[in-house]
Design a protein around this ligand. Structure first.
Ligand code: GRF
Length: 208
């Protein structure tokens, strides 16, 4: 599910073409008709579903339509890759354990928007990205993988974004690979991998 550029989607498409992941992207769902990601999907012959929020009288109805589409597709995994809407409890609980999100910060730090700007303003030494299971509380589900970078003195919003994005592509593809290879699930807000609780997210670092 996307709303914009779709560079994370592109990373998944590339990984699939290069056979780094053994997957089939069943469809790309967008709430934005003009999302560049839709062109990326079309180019890769992936079916696209555009759902216009304005045609639904409530958020609930809009999300019911999204979930109807998803249930019909019957995917093993739903990836929020830059889907810029906060999904409601009903939607998430219906599909809980099947939805992951890529977020541009080292969660639980910097939930929400404008994370690169906020990372610089915070005076923190580190920043990064997380792939996490989606639960009803925003950006609060347990992280499966994280990518960490050190914030340099001359970094700005743009340089941080570029460096974090590279990490996003890496951990998103690696997480999908993990899903296809291991028995990974969400149980009571803990990640279970091959029957064992995963205590910490798998960590990658820049220049790893
Ligand atoms: C990424 O930074 C992701 O972490 C956030 O939205 C952005 C999407 O970028 N959730 P793109 O559309 O994949 O280029």
């Amino acid at each position: 599910m996307i709303s914009g550029e779709g560079t994370n989607l592109q990373a998944l498409i590339n990984a699939q073409i290069e056979k780094k992941i053994n997957t089939e992207i069943l469809a790309v769902i967008s709430d934005n008709e003009h999302a560049t990601g839709l062109n990326r999907a079309k180019k890769a012959n992936i079916p696209c579903i555009y759902l216009n929020r304005d045609l639904f009288s409530s958020k609930e109805e809009f999300e019911t339509e999204i979930s109807k589409n998803i249930i019909e597709l019957d995917p093993d995994l739903i990836i929020l890759a830059g889907f810029m809407r906060v999904l409601g409890k009903n939607f998430i609980n219906k599909l809980k354990g099947k939805i992951i999100n890529i977020h541009p910060s080292l969660l639980p730090a910097l939930k929400g928007l404008n994370t690169h700007e906020r990372a610089i303003d915070s005076g923190n030494f580190f920043h990064g990205a997380s792939v996490h299971f989606v639960i009803a509380e925003l950006d609060s589900g347990p992280s499966i993988m994280q990518y960490k970078i050190a914030i340099k003195k001359d970094d700005n919003k743009r340089t941080l974004k570029n460096r974090v994005h590279k990490g996003e592509y890496l951990i998103l593809v690696e997480t999908v690979k993990l899903f296809t290879m291991k028995n990974l699930k969400l149980d009571n807000n803990s990640i279970i991998i091959n029957g064992e609780i995963m205590k910490n997210p798998i960590l990658y670092e820049e220049d790893f």
